[in-house]
Design a protein around this ligand. Structure first.
Ligand code: AP5
Ligand code: MG
Ligand code: ZN
Length: 220
């Protein structure tokens, strides 16, 4: 008997800790981390047509159109390492994306297994975004106060230079939060109705959130 494939969606507003927690859970669960924002940023770095198209939306804090986003993520999920499941971060973000994912998984005889919703109040999110720093080489996420690197400005894993994301400017963050509440938060009910939603308090230390996520996923 083989283990059931596991597709897990980390749902939560901008800066709720999806990327931070996914980096830890991928080791614990042995699943690949598929982050739509990271895929867009990779395309941007490689100056692909997709990257150029996505940039105009990302810089404004708006969602990249569904057709482009769905095609990109489905292509990633069709790769062999995702056959046994994946840890999705930042996708789906609209009902249309969620339906496309459900259809694609159903075609393979699979389904979404669990959707941890990382709940964090808006004012906390703004503070997190302003102190966030990312590694140029591996994308690891730090915070100048809450999760500082051992050496200022350098990644703990590979010494890569840390930078601030273009869309982490205060005005853009406000748009991202608004877009989240309008277009993404309906997914909370969508997955609650499917019986797969588990709410986790994201307004605690990074370690405490990991502990709660492990418990929610049955991997304490
Ligand atoms: P994306 O990259 O997905 O950004 P996001 O959803 O806004 O989320 P973030 O990456 O900002 O936050 P996070 O939850 O990963 O938090 P993190 O762990 O870094 O998307 C960017 C853009 O791409 C979108 O705006 C859109 O344009 C486009 N896009 C992407 N996916 C799309 C889709 N499906 N459809 C359409 N468009 C799409 O943590 C944040 C900070 O807080 C860090 O500094 C971290 O160190 C710190 N921190 C984390 N946890 C804690 C804690 N518990 N306590 C204290 N500090 C903490
Ligand atoms: Mg992220
Ligand atoms: Zn790094």
């Amino acid at each position: 008997m083989s283990a059931k494939p596991r597709y897990i969606i980390l749902l939560g507003p901008p800066a709720s800790g999806k990327g931070t927690q996914a980096a830890r859970l991928r080791e614990i669960l042995g699943l690949p981390h598929v982050a739509s924002g990271d895929l867009f940023r990779e395309n941007l770095k490689n100056e692909t047509p997709l990257g150029r198209r996505a940039k105009e939306y990302m810089d404004r804090g708006e969602l990249v159109p569904d057709d482009v986003t769905i095609a990109m993520v489905m292509e990633r999920l069709s790769q062999p390492d995702c056959a046994g499941g994946a840890l999705l971060d930042g996708f789906p973000r609209t009902i249309a994306q969620a339906q496309a994912l459900d259809r694609a998984l159903a075609e393979r005889g699979q389904q979404v297994g669990a959707v941890p919703y990382i709940a964090v109040p808006d004012d906390v999110l703004v503070e997190r975004v302003s102190g966030r720093r990312l590694c140029r080489l591996c994308g690891a996420s730090y915070h100048v106060r809450f999760n500082p690197p051992q050496q200022p400005g350098r990644c703990d894993h590979d010494g890569g230079k840390l930078y601030q994301r273009d869309d982490d400017l205060p005005e853009t963050v406000r748009t991202r939060l608004q877009v989240y509440w309008e277009q993404t938060s309906p997914l909370i009910d969508y997955y609650r109705q499917q019986g797969v939603l588990v709410t986790v308090n994201g307004d605690q230390s990074i370690d405490a959130v990991t502990t709660d996520l492990r418990e929610a996923l049955g991997r304490p």
